[in-house]
Design a protein around this ligand. Structure first.
Ligand SMILES: NC(=O)c1ccc[n+]([C@@H]2O[C@H](COP(=O)([O-])OP(=O)(O)OC[C@H]3O[C@@H](n4cnc5c(N)ncnc54)[C@H](OP(=O)(O)O)[C@@H]3O)[C@@H](O)[C@H]2O)c1
Length: 343
């Protein structure tokens, strides 16, 4: 299975590392032999070799500061990524470039280019799914292809596969969860007595929070994930403006203490139903399964008609954790058996 990988940051490198270390096991266990034939990034254009780029050389180049240091086999370099996607023979586009929740671009154009030229699409990038899910699914169906995006919500923790595949047949009345690890880490530290500024600084030091943490602490990252859940679970297109969003910056140590005294705790709860979406800090009883989710961990509870509440807890970010999401989606496409043989 020949892969074009766009984005070679934390997640792209995570996937490459997994393929390097687990390649033999994937072949033995699943008869699955993924080969990264091309990599594209904004700063360094694209690399391509039909027999596969050398994973150890790609990872070494990234360690040295970028793909300009790649010293493995390579036939072609091109700076026009959409054109490269269209003209390069491959089976799947793996999209792991940066998320833009305002436009979904340029990743959405990359996805269109892939789907119009017979390539399945697997994404970690939230933008195209949050904003253009219906269009991309329609294009995929029209061309007999698949779009999968497990990594966009809770990294490799299978929140979307659970809802869309394992719970198929249930009606999911509501999804409600902790979908942002940074804010959960900060609230957990505050519950243990730390003030907001110190907890944020610690989250940044540990690599959980960006230098500019706005998207996390103001709730927009979680809101973007609700757009994806709304589309995937309900076929509904919400915009960010239609989600009621409040972040955690107004939560004080006094609020945390008042909650503690009432056997409750604060969590940034993201909630979606077919009609309504919201992200807000909420006091929840300690008996709620979400109350026990601490640190940077994520969780989601699906409220179903046939099975009651089902809660899934796990990693929401990380190099291998999100690289695994891409791998899981690739294995799922491989198992469908409709990878078209080009060679
Ligand atoms: N990190 C996580 O734990 C995690 C979890 C779930 C989902 N995600 C999503 O996964 C995606 C990748 O995250 P990351 O942490 O790997 O990000 P990252 O470390 O910042 O890497 C982003 C990569 O995308 C490339 N890129 C940026 N703009 C591009 C463009 N216009 N065209 C082509 N390539 C472009 C960058 O290339 P340059 O270096 O040349 O700019 C870089 O190689 C994001 O959409 C993120 O939201 C990440």
């Amino acid at each position: 299975v020949k892969l074009l990988l766009v984005g070679f940051g934390v997640v792209g490198q995570g996937l490459a590392e997994i393929l390097m270390t687990k390649g033999a096991a994937l072949r033995a266990q699943y008869g699955f032999n993924p080969v990264i034939v091309g990599v594209g990034t904004r700063s360094h254009g694209t690399l391509y070799h039909p027999d596969g780029l050398e994973l150890d050389a790609l990872l070494a180049a990234a360690q040295q500061g970028g793909l300009q240091h790649y010293a493995g086999r390579c036939l072609q370099k091109d700076n026009d990524i959409p054109n490269w996607i269209r003209t390069t023979p491959a089976d799947v586009l793996v999209e792991a470039s940066i998320t833009n929740l305002q436009t979904g671009q340029p990743a959405t154009d990359y996805c269109r280019a892939a789907l119009e030229t017979d390539k399945h699409v697997v994404l970690a990038n939230k933008g195209p799914i949050a904003l253009h899910y219906a269009e991309l699914q329609k294009l995929a169906r029209y061309n007999g292809l698949t779009v999968r995006f497990e990594g966009t919500v809770m990294a490799g923790t299978p929140s979307l596969t659970l809802a869309m595949e394992a719970l198929a047949g249930c009606t999911i009345h509501e999804a409600r969860g902790i979908l942002n690890g940074t804010t959960n880490f900060i609230l957990t530290q505050m519950t243990q007595g730390m003030d907001y500024a110190t907890a944020l600084a610690q989250a940044q030091q540990l690599g959980y929070a960006e230098a500019d943490p706005t998207a996390d602490v103001d709730g927009w990252d979680a809101a973007g994930k609700l757009l994806i859940l709304a589309a995937a679970l309900y076929g509904k297109k919400f915009t960010l403006d239609e989600i009621s969003v409040t972040g955690i910056t107004g939560i004080t140590p006094a609020d945390i203490e008042a909650a503690r005294q009432a056997n409750e705790c604060y969590k940034l709860i993201a909630r979606i139903t077919p009609d309504f979406g919201s992200v807000s800090p909420q006091r929840i009883p300690l008996s709620d399964p979400l109350a026990a989710v601490s640190g940077a961990t994520n969780a989601i509870t699906y409220k179903t008609d046939l099975l009651g509440d089902v809660t899934l807890v796990g990693a929401g970010a990380g190099r291998l954790q999100t690289g695994f999401a891409l791998l899981a989606d690739l294995i799922a496409i491989h198992r469908q058996g409709n990878i078209k043989a080009f060679y």
